[in-house]
Design a binder for this molecule. Sequence first.
Ligand code: PRP
Ligand code: ZN
Length: 296
Amino acid sequence: MSVDRSRLHIALQRSGRLSDASKDLLREAGLRIEAGKNSLTARAGNFPADLMFVRDDDIPTFVSDGACEFGIVGQNVLEEFALGQAEPGFERVAELGFGRCSLKIAAPERLPYEGPRTLAGQRIATSYPRLLRRFLQDSGIDAEVVEMSGAVELAPRLEIASYICDLVSTGATLEANGLRAVDTVMESQSVLIRTLRPLDAGRAAIAEQLLSRLQGVLATKESKYIMLNAPSEALKGITDLLPGADAPTILPLHGRPGHFAVHAVCQESVFWETLQKLKDAGASAILVVPIEKMML
Ligand code: PRP
Ligand code: ZN
């Protein structure tokens, strides 16, 4: 199959913690994902983009080489790749807020851990050798890094290494292998990346459309529309309390002189505490409603 250069190519994790949420995000941006002839690609039926389902470790390479214009990948995989590159071939566009996990040092229950110095002279197994080496270096520790491409949790039992450095999400894998997390190397979540290779005008325009939709989707996740009533003397205090809202709309209330309706898009989460503060500041009839779509 030859590559269609009039369409965008988005690299996604084939299977694993990011794959469903990545597809959901693209669907929320309006892409109708049609299954391809095989499970490795899919087309968007209503948008000029093709999805490529690949191993997460390959996503930074594909995007840097320009084989795919966009990719969704974990920061852990991305940073490990970036540490091995002289010049980055990709740009981080946005953190996506899903696939949160952390790269942790873990120890068998029987071994002590009293900070990074415990690792001095020890063997540590990992699939993230560059991130681990950086962590050890930052801590001033000399240890032996044992590279494995998977099943790192087995290393202590196989006596390949005493400690491991691996990704932890729920912690179930560590627990099942008699290991406990003892230190954090990095926190991770999914990110959208784009290639630094220049695009022709046609695909540059499609890329901008996709980005503006995705940024809209990400903005609506946090944003809420807030409506409330307030007497004029309370307006200043109330508008100062609205989280992440610039230029709220203020309208006179019919039949209630000196009273106003305040409408605003809050670009940050609105918590119960905020509502209580608004009420204490003189607001009444406070409504917080979700925003379905947004184009900034
Ligand atoms: C990671 C890690 C563990 C598992 C931990 O693998 O290597 O096996 O996830 O998750 P848990 O804390 O929820 O049990 P991942 O799924 O990222 O696969 P990969 O490294 O082979 O891509
Ligand atoms: Zn992987």
